[in-house]
Design a protein around this ligand. Structure first.
Ligand code: CTP
Ligand code: CA
Length: 222
C-alpha cells in the first residue's frame, strides 16, 4: 500500500513516460487534439522519481508543474512525441509508460496561413499518426512497456486486445463513461492487466493510484 511506499523501489532504473494530449496543426491558429489533462502521467512521473528512478517525462501541451527531479521534454505533435520517445528508447531505458492521449490522425497538410472563411463546407483530410507505444514495444532495445486505455465501453475486452496487439507487458485501463474518474479529475480507478493476471486499483487520488501502479510495475518488471 502507498503508506509503506518503498523509496528505493526503482533506484538505478530509467523510466520514460509520455503524458498529455498531442496537438495536430490545421493552420497557424487551429489544431486537432484529444481530451487529456496530463495529470495521471505527471503523477506517475512524481511517483517514479520518489521511488528513486531517473525519470524522463515527454509532455504534450499541458499546464502542469514539472515534478521534482524529473527531466521534462515538451512536444506538440504526435510525430514529435514519437521522435522523442524512440530517441529515449534508442539511448536505453528500463520502463516506458504511455499515458499520453495521442491524436490518432493528423491533417495531411498544414496550411501556411490562416484558413479564411469562405464556403459552407470545407473538408479536412486526415492521415494516421504512428503508434508510439507499439514502436517502443517492437524495438530491439525494448523496455518494460506499459500502456493506458481509456474506454467508454467493453473496457476489459478492448484493453486485452491492445495488450496483445501492441505486444505490451502491462496495460492500465479505466472506464471514462462515468464522471469522477479519468480525464480532468484528480481521482482515478484502474484495472491493470498483464498477460496472465490482473489487479484492480480502486478509486483513489491520482497521487495514490500512481504510487500503487509504480509498485506494481516495479514488481512485475523484476
Ligand atoms: N498510443 C501511442 N501512440 C498512438 C496511439 C496510442 O503510443 N499513436 C498509446 C497510448 O498512449 C496508450 C495506448 O497506446 O498507452 C492505447 O491508446 P488508445 O488510444 O486507447 O489506443 P489506440 O491503439 O489508439 O486505439 P483506439 O483509439 O482506436 O481505441
Ligand atoms: Ca487512440
Amino acid at each position: 500500500a502507498a503508506d509503506v511506499f518503498d523509496y528505493d523501489l526503482l533506484t538505478g532504473r530509467h523510466v520514460v513516460i509520455t503524458a498529455g494530449p498531442t496537438r495536430e496543426p490545421i493552420d497557424p491558429v487551429r489544431y486537432l487534439t484529444n481530451k487529456s489533462s496530463g495529470k495521471m502521467g505527471f503523477a506517475l512521473a512524481a511517483a517514479a522519481a520518489e521511488a528513486g528512478a531517473r525519470v524522463t517525462l515527454i509532455a504534450g501541451p499541458v499546464v502542469l508543474d514539472t515534478p521534482n527531479r524529473v527531466e521534462r521534454i515538451n512536444v506538440v505533435r504526435a510525430e514529435d512525441m514519437y521522435q522523442a520517445s524512440l530517441d529515449a528508447v534508442e539511448k536505453g531505458c528500463d520502463i516506458f509508460i504511455a499515458t499520453a492521449a495521442v491524436a490518432d490522425y493528423r491533417p495531411t497538410v498544414t496550411a501556411d496561413h490562416k484558413i479564411k472563411k469562405s464556403t459552407e463546407e470545407i473538408h479536412l483530410t486526415l492521415v494516421k499518426n504512428p503508434d508510439i507505444i507499439a514502436a517502443v514495444a517492437d524495438h530491439a532495445n525494448r523496455p518494460f512497456t506499459v500502456g493506458f486505455a481509456a474506454e467508454t465501453q467493453d473496457v476489459i475486452e478492448y484493453a486485452q486486445g491492445k495488450l496483445k496487439n501492441k505486444n505490451l507487458d502491462m496495460i492500465a485501463t479505466n472506464d471514462v463513461s462515468g464522471t469522477d474518474v479519468g480525464f480532468n479529475s484528480d481521482n482515478n480507478a484502474l484495472t491493470v492487466i498483464w498477460p496472465n493476471g490482473h489487479k484492480v486499483l480502486p478509486l483513489a487520488s491520482k497521487t495514490q493510484i500512481a504510487k500503487q501502479l509504480i509498485e506494481l510495475i516495479a514488481i512485475r518488471q523484476g
